[in-house]
Design a protein around this ligand. Structure first.
Ligand code: ADP
Ligand code: MG
Length: 720
């Protein structure tokens, strides 16, 4: 026993050197870690192709070939001399092995392990070669093929062989796919008896899941395709189920605790604001406000995520929520990720608040010392009812008298620690300085696919505004190559002649800011040539400008002084210029779909017909084209987010949300396993309803699993 936790270096075939590499490259420290490294795909090794049948567009081929000749090449393809028996391996840079089958010949190329392969691949002998073919000078070759002896009875017992994640360094150190299979086989024969069941028998029976032991064995060495399918389903379910169970358990615990600030009243300010609105709330806005009001009256702390497309009217919902809190004598804050956004919020919010008696203030990095002093005082004595601001709100010297509700806009732009700071700013509840947590409403215009929301925000309540205010016109989206630019310029001129404004956006890829910046600057010059002063004015905004320069340029556009804004994605979030009717996006294929959707949301906010013009590079991959065509087809943010996740995997979305997943998934994929996730969540819910603390002996295994580090998920209720 105890093999699972044994240091990987003691596994047969590993040793200290390989162990170090396995740890560094794949995070494998113990034999158990190795077993948790599952294949990411499987190859059917039962089929052997002929050399004549090779074509370039296959991912891998397997041929049975006899070695014809071996040649060692030195630098610049000089042939390394082989005198009588002395071979100068040190001078060799490349080994070329010609192999043949009944249909033809091809080359196998090795840059590493030259001596070993040279000695092993003796002319006249037959081997199985496996790898990705590439075409070179009209002939096919395989660089670093996997080489197997053709005898029966080698590693792959079944016909399906797992392919494991690997790295260049591992391969160079001789940990090839075949070696990895050998290590897994050794690890399994040592540990299989130790692999215990994690799910209660009644669940296994209920859902017809295979045992954990069967699953682990067959995920590595599937007996057949059916066994692999059973193993995969079992392991994916387990992973998603335990995660949901842990998230939902937290939610249950919180929903039972009664420490939320109680806000039963509506108050005159809410009504004053509401009655002065020049329009009706949309059905979705009404529903969400009801949900929030119910939270505020529940005696439990609210932790609600409000999702809604750009322009769906989240700000108004935020303001009305704040007025519910102020109506009960509490202070509120609305925090935005950038100064420009905070200013814009402030301007809009002041309009909403004008019929009320609420004192509102703006605190940002550029507030003057004098302004700060007044604001700090107003927050401490409680006279400021609603403060709008940036990160500046989080500073230690910003002390509220009694913060009752914190609204965080575009929450993914805030780090976890920053959000945690808000937590300590609630009302004091005891003389020792203990504070009661404010209610928290986080808003996002990045529609998060349902499966991801279930996981990332599994313990939050989610409200969705899925209805646009009336009068918003659809944005016409079209896709072109740069050949169309002259026509695009003409179109821009005609729109500007009508008094409209135009965004021109360039991609920013963070690996190479200098290059991106020069793209942008080149683009700016192009635009300046096409749209010369004094007839046209063009402003430029990018992430490397100081905030004064950025604000100045942004303001030039927002106020209508500039006709064109050339920028990177810094305008992505929130900025509201209703007069802008055209959005031109350059190298559109380099943006994520969700990002394009955000950008497109910048136009179509006014009365005019709006246009989004996507310019793609000539060389755009098929997948990118499909993504861009989807943009032209739909304006539904959720549909786009789902597609984006399917096409790119959730990784990028996590990136854009920064908060990431509460745990990392080993086998399940949020993009592909939505159905299993739904099942897992429903099942977890059912179990917790009957046994919220998992104290029923039947659920003993579950309670045990949730104590594992892996499922100790971050508590979002405490940080967001
Ligand atoms: P979001 O923050 O969700 O992007 P905003 O709150 O900025 O959206 O609202 C976008 C625009 O729609 C604003 O000009 C706002 O005044 C307007 N608006 C909000 N709610 C309604 C409504 N129910 N009817 C008409 N217009 C509305
Ligand atoms: Mg907004």
């Amino acid at each position: 026993m105890g093999e699972l936790t044994t240091d990987i270096k003691y596994l047969k075939g590993v040793g200290p050197k390989r162990a170090e590499l396995l740890t560094r490259e794949l995070g494998i420290e113990t034999i158990g870690d190795l077993i948790s490294l599952y294949p990411f795909r499987y190859i059917d090794r039962s089929s052997i192709q002929t050399i004549a049948s090779i074509s370039q567009d296959v991912a891998s081929i397997q041929i049975r070939g006899k070695v014809v000749s071996r040649t060692l090449y030195g630098p610049s393809s000089s042939i390394v001399k082989t005198d009588s028996d002395k071979i100068h391996f040190n001078a060799a840079k490349r080994l070329s092995v010609i192999v043949e089958d009944d249909t033809g010949r091809m080359e196998m190329v090795f840059f590493k392990g030259i001596r070993w392969n040279y000695e092993r691949l003796q002319p006249g002998q037959t081997f199985i070669f496996f790898g990705k073919p590439s075409e070179f000078n009209g002939r096919f070759n395989i660089v670093h093929p996997e080489v197997d002896e053709p005898q029966e009875g080698n590693m792959s017992q079944g016909v399906l062989t797992g392919v494991y994640p690997s790295t260049e360094k591992l391969k160079n150190a001789g940990i090839t796919g075949k070696v990895m299979c050998k290590l897994q086989s050794a690890a399994l024969s040592l540990c299989l008896p130790e692999i215990t069941e994690t799910l209660p028998d009644y669940i296994l029976g209920d859902l017809a899941l295979c045992s954990r032991q069967y699953a682990i064995k067959n995920i590595h060495f599937p007996a057949d395709a059916y066994a692999l399918q059973k193993a995969t389903r079992r392991l994916k379910f387990e992973e998603l189920f335990l995660l949901q169970l842990s998230l939902l358990k937290q939610k249950y615990i919180r929903s039972r605790s009664e420490n939320g600030i109680l806000m039963p009243k509506v108050g005159p300010d809410f009504n004053a604001c509401f009655e002065a609105l020049p329009y009706q709330l949309t059905g979705a806005q009404q529903r969400v406000i009801k949900e929030i009001r119910a939270d505020l009256m529940s005696g439990r702390q609210m932790n609600r995520l409000l999702q809604g497309d750009v322009g769906s009217g989240k700000t108004l919902v935020a303001v009305l929520s704040c007025l519910l809190a102020t109506g009960n004598g509490y202070q509120t804050c609305i925090m935005a990720p950038t100064e420009v956004l905070a200013q814009q919020h402030y301007a809009n919010i002041q309009k909403y608040l004008s019929p009320t008696s609420i004192r509102c203030a703006l605190l940002t990095g550029s507030s003057t010392v004098k302004e700060r002093r007044e604001i700090h005082a107003g927050l401490e004595d409680g006279s400021i009812g609603l403060i709008v601001g940036t990160h500046a709100l989080l500073e230690d010297n910003v002390i509220f008298k009694n913060l009752g509700l914190a609204v965080i806009d575009e929450q993914h732009r805030f780090g976890v620690d920053q959000r945690a700071k808000l937590w300590g700013k609630g009302p004091e509840i005891d003389s020792s300085g203990g504070r009661q947590a404010p209610h928290v409403l986080v808003m996002t215009a990045t529609p998060i696919p349902r499966t991801l929301a279930m996981t990332v925000y599994g313990d939050l309540d989610v409200s969705v505004i899925d209805e646009m205010p009336p009068g918003r016109k659809p944005v016409r989206t079209t896709l072109h190559t740069p050949a169309k630019m002259p026509a695009v310029y003409n179109f821009m001129r005609s729109e500007i002649a009508k008094g409209r404004q135009v965004f021109v956006v360039y991609p920013m890829i963070f690996e190479n800011e200098k290059l991106d910046l020069s793209n942008l600057e080149q683009g700016y010059e192009d635009i300046m040539k096409e749209f010369p002063l004094p007839q046209y004015k063009t402003a430029m905004v990018h992430g490397q400008q100081t905030s004064e320069v950025k604000n100045f340029n942004m303001d030039a556009f927002a106020s209508g002084r500039a006709n064109i804004l050339v920028s990177t994605t810094v305008i992505e979030v929130g900025v509201d210029v209703p007069n802008a009717s055209v959005m031109v996006i350059m190298s559109a294929e380099r943006f994520g779909l969700s990002q394009l959707h955000q950008l497109r949301g910048r136009v179509g906010r006014g009365a005019a017909d709006s246009h989004c013009i996507l310019i793609r590079d000539y060389k755009t991959s098929k997948e990118s084209l499909q993504r861009l065509e989807l943009m032209c087809r739909t304006e539904n943010g959720f549909e786009i987010a789902e597609e984006d996740m399917k096409m790119r995997g959730p990784g990028d979305l996590e990136g854009t949300m920064q908060s990431g997943l509460p745990i990392s998934l080993n086998i399940a994929s949020l993009a592909k396993d939505g159905i299993i996730l739904g099942e897992a969540r429903a099942y977890a819910q059912k179990i917790l309803e009957a046994d919220p603390s998992l104290s029923d002996p039947r659920n003993e295994r579950l309670a045990f699993e949730l104590r594992r580090e892996k499922y100790k998920v971050r508590d979002y209720s405490k940080i967001s």
